[in-house]
Write a new protein. Structure first.
Length: 209
């Protein structure tokens, strides 16, 4: 991964900003957390989530990972009780038995949150005044992470749709349009198909029927 300039200063600015917006953060000394940042959630909805960060060998990846996990918390804070319960239960189940074995509704919940977390993570990074080159690096990294879900859910058209949604959130309209078009070759009905079709019409890639 290409390194961000002044990454140490950027990391400190990021942590300061997270403190300003009320996101809890903690370093973790654990070999199992090497090169990892995660969000700690509790089924007790009164317990606030927290970003946990291990030791990273790559500070640029560390910055992007922390921002993404903070995006998870901001997304979680916008959920109503039903949505938060569905997401938490789906997350715990996926870690236990695998994402490909949980319900379609659970998969959709997790994919949706991943996309929103990436977009909000990028918003956080933009607040600490990164250069366009550094923001593009973060966008590329987050979109590559989403590919993990495609491997875990092979043949699932929802991963195509949500990848398009993720790319749209990152302002990569051409790439988003490609994913939406691919999705519509498989699925022609439902809210997601209507959304993908509407976007392609709005962007001028297809003509409205």
């Amino acid at each position: 991964m290409v390194a961000m300039k002044n990454s140490k200063k950027i990391l400190q600015s990021l942590l300061n900003y997270l403190g300003e917006i009320g996101i809890q953060f903690s370093w973790v000394s654990d070999d199992g957390m090497k090169d990892k940042a995660v969000t700690s959630f509790s089924l007790d909805l009164k317990t606030s989530p927290c970003v946990l960060c291990g030791t990273f060998s790559d500070q640029t990846r560390e910055i992007i990972s922390i921002a993404h996990e903070a995006g998870h918390i901001l997304t979680y804070q916008e959920m109503n009780r039903e949505e938060s319960c569905t997401y938490l239960c789906s997350t715990f189940a996926a870690h236990g038995i695998g994402l490909n074995k949980i319900s379609p509704a659970g998969q959709e919940s997790m994919l949706t949150v991943e996309i929103k977390a990436s977009v909000k993570g990028l918003d956080i990074l933009s607040e600490i005044v990164l250069t366009n080159e550094e923001l593009n690096l973060a966008k590329k990294s987050m979109s590559q992470w989403y590919s993990t879900y495609e491997k875990l859910l092979p043949g699932n058209p929802n991963t195509i749709f949500f990848k398009g949604l993720s790319l749209e959130g990152m302002k990569k309209i051409k790439d988003a349009a490609s994913e939406y078009y691919q999705y519509l070759q498989i699925v022609q009905e439902g809210k997601q198909a209507q959304y993908a079709y509407r976007r392609l019409v709005e962007w001028g890639y297809i003509k409205q029927k």
